[in-house]
Design a protein around this ligand. Structure first.
Ligand code: PDD
Length: 279
């Protein structure tokens, strides 16, 4: 049994002793939000950006933030070790209510849970991955990092069933993001990612890539990516805090360009790794 230390409602406990009630609204309704925060050599990466998104998610679901930024940092730090790259999974639900009722309980006492796990780099990253397109049938608030992930789970599994690493989500005739990642494409030498809005999660990795592009004079824009354009892209990348920047080399069974990660991916990945090391 896994006995790593986790955080639950003010206590640090072995994982197998951390228990929540079956009346927790996270369990009954998926009524909660989460964050995934990478940590390199024991240092949380882009913590302020993750905490800002956490605040936005909490505001959107009308759940009061139980802690200040300083307190969050103090809560998470003991879960980290310096000898491996890890990520923190942090979840806040609307807590336990005496009976199952859709409306908010009054008073609300949130359930706060956090744990760390090793970041396992994707094997053979340099060879790229396969992806497939799947209909984006999620709800209208994908900017909230909600724990309610049933649509994303079914989308990712549909891709895994076809031997793919990720599902790329298509709404009507344009691309939104991956089931658990943001998307970038290279079209006519320009790096493009969809604009922020309710149809995508505002990825922290996404924002950093745009920042790196800007400081390194890499031409980029935030624009709608038509499904047709996706098929003719010279590069496709998927980005997230746990997988960083993944090059897609095959989409729906057809190779992207020559079926190898492209030159801009190599450049951006190097810049991204250098940025991490400099933190
Ligand atoms: N997912 N879009 C979706 C739907 C996501 O679930 C994620 C991350 C991203 C990328 O966001 P970021 O760069 O901030 O990690 C985009 C996390 C890793 C997860 O659910 O495990």
């Amino acid at each position: 049994m896994d006995t790593k230390t986790v955080y639950l409602n003010g206590e640090y406990l072995p994982l197998n002793e951390a228990k929540v009630s079956v009346l927790d609204r996270g369990f009954l309704f998926g009524d909660g939000i989460y964050e995934v925060i990478p940590a390199y050599s024991g240092r949380l990466f882009r913590l302020q950006e993750h905490l800002e998104r956490l605040e936005n998610s909490l505001d959107s679901i009308r759940l009061a933030n139980p802690h200040s930024r300083e307190q969050w940092s103090q809560i998470l730090q003991p879960l980290l070790t310096t000898d491996q790259d890890q990520y923190i999974y942090l979840q806040i639900t609307r807590g336990v209510a005496p009976k199952r009722d859709h409306a908010f309980p009054n008073p609300t006492v949130p359930t706060v849970f956090a744990m760390s796990s090793p970041i396992v780099p994707l094997p053979n990253l340099e060879q790229g991955v396969k992806a497939m397109t799947v209909k984006d049938n999620r709800w209208g608030h994908c900017n909230i990092k909600a724990i309610t992930l049933l649509a994303n789970i079914l989308q990712r599994q549909a891709a895994v069933d076809q031997g793919c690493a990720e599902a790329i989500l298509v709404k009507e005739d344009y691309v939104t993001e991956g089931a658990a990642s943001n998307i970038f494409v290279v079209l006519d030498g320009v790096l493009i990612t969809p604009p922020k809005g309710p149809e995508i999660l505002p990825g922290i990795t996404r924002d950093l890539i745009l920042e790196i592009a800007e400081t390194n004079a890499i031409s980029f824009c935030e624009d709608i990516i038509a499904f047709e354009a996706l098929k003719s892209a010279s590069e496709i990348w998927l980005t997230s805090s746990t997988r960083e920047i993944i090059p897609v080399v095959n989409l729906d069974g057809a190779d992207i360009a020559d079926g190898k990660p492209g030159p801009l991916w190599h450049k951006m990945n190097q810049l991204y790794q250098a940025f991490k090391k400099a933190q």
